[in-house]
Every structure is written in structure tokens, then in C-alpha cells.
Ligand binder design. Structure first.
Ligand SMILES: *Cc1c(COP(=O)(O)O)cnc(C)c1O
Length: 440
């Protein structure tokens, strides 16, 4: 090795023939990074220009490999938050392309030539679909919770059951959000049981609202009880305060019959409370957004809140959401991938698994198993599925498949691919990618 006494100039490295193919900003960044690593490292005492260049090339290649890319979800978790939650159907994407790649009427009324409302088209469809007085869309459901509480209860008190003060993940804790919205929380009941009288006794002149939160990411078994939104709403009406249901996930139409028990249906709940909110990318199966439905005068207060500007959604969101809403209104449920995957019958899943098994050059075993809904939705409910399991060191296999963007899971010390979450149009790629591997 041609050892160097001092480091080459960063500029010399950037200009080197070996890095000619790479864009300037990217190679400049990694040249600096690698030289700094060598300068500060006790391990890399020896270096040559060649070793530095090799390391720089390696870092640049890794940088490109790490970029956003598609994966095959063979984990069996349908609404997988780390894999992007709900998948956008190609037809929905295609329908948005023309609008998104051009100037559009996002905030422009083509009839009057005046400024229009960016929400109008989507809100009209939400009202049509859910039969509610008014609606609003914000960045996500966390933002929706914050906006509702800040707009309707600032400096006042709200009541929530101790059993529903949930942590959703990603640092979203109900009590913290309530505090951040400038609202005082009055906790009632216990973690397993809360009664109507607990709420009733807690109401005083400073109480603005009763909050109900759907326990979307955990389930209570055994000795427990909670008060229905219907009863809470009656109590709120009697006392002249508001009722709000944070559904987290919520479903609209055409959901697998095995899943609908205990899972709030948006259309039903909106008849039983003053205001509600849910995530657009959980069971609803669209893009990331928080949807708020409710009484006209309440939504009007939300629209007047200065904070809405900070929580407002981009045209991409509105465009995709608009197409998802159209799909629901036209009963084109095939365009809602999340529903399609949840509603598959077992025979379809088995066929996908069997076809794959036949075409793979490696041995696998077909088995029945259970998939999860995921996304903090329905922790206590699983769906039957078919898996292919592979012999060998499960951890090693998981890593080997992951390197090829195939995300499987380990169960009973075996690496498996769950065919509920493998989409029809993933199959060819899946088979091809596995057959390209030299060994398992
Ligand atoms: C998921 C969830 C949220 C947060 O929704 P995001 O759209 O992820 O911001 C809030 N409340 C409940 C009950 C949830 O399940």
C-alpha cells in the first residue's frame, strides 16, 4: 500500500477520475465525511488515496441504496406503519398525476375567477359520504385531536376515562397532547372500569367537553367496562357541553365481517356525537391525513383557528384523498388496497402462496397462520392466512430477504412469508427476486 503522510486535499479527491460518474454535491459530502473519519479514527491509522476512494465510493453506493424504494410486505401486518401504512392504488395515483404535475385550481374558483377554498371539493365529498353537517382535513389524526381541543376547549377542562388515556406510539400520548393544546384534563374511572356516573360527577362549570378515545392499539380482557359514545353524548347534551370521539382508525364501508365487531363505523358514530376524528391512512386506506367530522358551528370554530394554517394539508394529500373519497362514493372498493387485502378470502391467499411455491427453486412449506390488521388497529383481532416457511437460520434468512426488499417475519423460529399482505402485482417480482438468490 502506498502510504500517505498527510491527507490529500478534498478537492483532489472530488476531481479524481474514479469519482467522475458521481454528482458534485454528493461526492463532495462523502469525500469530506470519509477524510474526517480517517482523521479522527484511531483504527484507520494506515491509508492511501486508493483506500480513501474505495471507502468514498462505498458510502455513495450505500447512499443511493438507502433511498426511498418499494418493498414487498410479506410480514402479514396489513396496516404497517413502518412500511407506509396504506398503499395507494395505481388507478388513484394515475388519476392525480395530471393535476399534480401542472398548475391546478387548488385555491382558485374557475367559475368566478376568484380565490377558492382548498378544502371545498374534498369537504363536499366527505359530507356526501358520511352524511355529516361539516368536515375538515388536517395533516394527520394527531393534528386533528390537537386542533379540536385547542379550538373548542382552550383554558377549559375536558373529561376522559383513565382507561382511554392511550399512547399511540411515536411519542403521541393523549395526556400530553391535551396539555399542549392548553386544555386541563380531568381523569375519571380506573384503568379497567369507568361508569357513566364517574363522568357525570366530574362535570363542573369549567367543563367544555367529554372525550372518548378508541383503544385502537390495545385490548382489555376480563373484568372491564367503558361507557358508549351514545351515553356520553346524552350526558353531554343534558349538561350543555360537547362530546368528541377520537376514533384513531375508523372504517367506512365494505370491511371484512370478521373485523367489524367493536370497531367503530364512522357513519354510525357521527350520529352519536358532536364531533369526531380519524386517520385517513389506517382502515380508511388513503393518504396520511386527519379527518374531522361534526356539527357546522363547531367545524366553523376550527376553521377560524389560526393554527389551522400550520396543520393544513398539501395539494398532494387533497388530490389523493379526493380520489379515495370518489372510490368510496362510487363503491369502487377495489381501489382501496387496505380493504382489498383485509377482505381477501382464504382461497385467494392460498392460491398466491401455492403458485409461488411451485415456481420457487428453493424448498418451502405451505402452512396456515394468522395475519394482523396493524396500524394500531384491532390488536385483539387476527385474520387467517397462508404462509410459506423456509428451512434454515431464521434471523439470517430474514436479513437475506430484507437485503432484497422482501420483509418477512419470524414465527416459531422459522422465517416465513405471509401471503395476505403480498399483493397480486408483487408476485412476479417476489418469485424472480428469490430465484436470483444463490442459496438460502
Ligand atoms: C393512530 C391514532 C392517532 C394518531 O393518528 P395519526 O394519523 O397517526 O396522527 C390518534 N388517536 C388514536 C386513538 C389513534 O389510534
Amino acid at each position: 500500500m502506498n502510504k500517505l503522510r498527510s491527507f490529500p486535499q478534498i478537492n483532489t479527491l472530488i476531481k479524481d477520475e474514479n469519482l467522475k460518474a458521481y454528482p458534485f454535491y454528493i461526492k463532495a459530502f462523502f469525500c469530506k465525511k470519509v477524510v474526517n473519519q480517517y482523521k479522527t479514527s484511531l483504527i484507520h491509522k494506515e491509508f492511501s488515496k486508493e483506500t480513501l476512494l474505495l471507502q468514498i465510493k462505498h458510502e455513495i453506493d450505500t447512499f443511493y441504496r438507502k433511498d426511498f424504494q418499494s418493498v414487498i410486505n410479506a410480514s402479514g401486518v396489513v396496516i404497517h406503519t413502518n412500511l407506509g401504512r396504506s398503499v395507494i392504488d395505481k388507478t388513484i395515483y394515475e388519476a392525480c398525476k395530471e393535476t399534480l404535475c401542472n398548475y391546478s385550481n387548488i385555491e382558485f374558483d374557475l367559475q368566478t375567477g376568484k380565490r377558492g377554498s382548498r378544502y371545498a371539493l374534498v369537504l363536499e365529498k366527505l359530507k356526501m359520504l358520511f352524511g355529516c353537517e361539516d368536515a375538515l382535513v388536517v395533516n394527520n389524526n394527531a393534528a386533528a385531536v390537537f386542533l379540536v381541543l385547542h379550538s373548542l376547549c382552550f383554558n377549559k377542562q375536558i373529561i376522559s376515562s383513565r382507561g382511554e388515556l392511550v399512547e399511540i406510539g411515536g411519542n403521541f400520548r393523549m395526556p400530553e397532547v391535551i396539555k399542549a393544546a392548553g386544555v386541563k384534563l380531568c381523569e375519571v374511572g380506573t384503568s379497567n372500569k369507568t361508569h357513566l356516573k364517574d363522568y357525570a360527577q366530574a362535570i363542573n362549570e369549567n367543563t367544555a367537553l367529554i372525550l372518548k378515545t378508541h383503544k385502537s392499539n390495545f385490548a382489555l380482557k376480563g373484568f372491564h367496562s367503558e361507557v358508549s359514545i351514545k351515553d356520553l353524548h346524552l350526558l353531554a347534551q343534558e349538561k350543555g357541553i360537547l362530546s368528541y370521539y377520537d376514533l384513531g382508525s375508523g372504517w367506512c364501508e365494505n370491511l371484512n365481517k370478521k373485523l367489524i365487531k367493536n370497531e367503530p363505523k364512522i357513519k354510525t358514530i357521527i350520529q352519536q356525537c358532536d364531533i369526531l376524528s380519524f386517520s385517513a391512512d389506517k382502515l380508511f386506506g388513503s393518504v396520511q391525513a386527519g379527518i374531522i367530522l361534526g356539527k357546522k358551528e363547531l367545524i366553523e370554530k376550527l376553521k377560524q383557528n389560526q393554527l389551522l394554517r400550520m396543520l393544513r394539508v398539501d395539494k398532494l394529500t387533497l388530490c389523493f384523498l379526493n380520489e379515495s373519497l370518489k372510490a368510496y362514493l362510487e363503491k369502487n372498493y377495489d381501489k382501496i388496497t387496505t380493504l382489498k387485502l383485509l377482505n381477501q378470502d382464504l382461497a385467494t391467499i392460498k392460491e398466491k402462496a401455492l403458485n409461488t411455491q411451485k415456481k420457487l427453486k428453493f424448498q418451502s412449506t405451505l402452512k396456515t397462520s394468522k395475519s394482523l390488521v396493524g396500524g394500531g388497529s384491532m390488536p385483539d383481532k387476527s385474520l387467517d392466512t397462508f404462509i410459506l416457511s423456509f428451512k434454515g437460520n431464521a434471523l439470517k434468512l430474514q436479513e437475506q430477504f430484507r437485503a432484497k426488499n422482501i420483509i418477512g417475519r419470524i414465527q416459531n423460529d422459522e422465517f416465513v412469508l405471509d401471503f395476505r399482505t403480498i399483493k397480486e402485482n408483487d408476485l412476479e417480482k417476489l418469485i424472480h427476486t428469490i430465484n436470483q438468490m444463490e442459496s438460502l
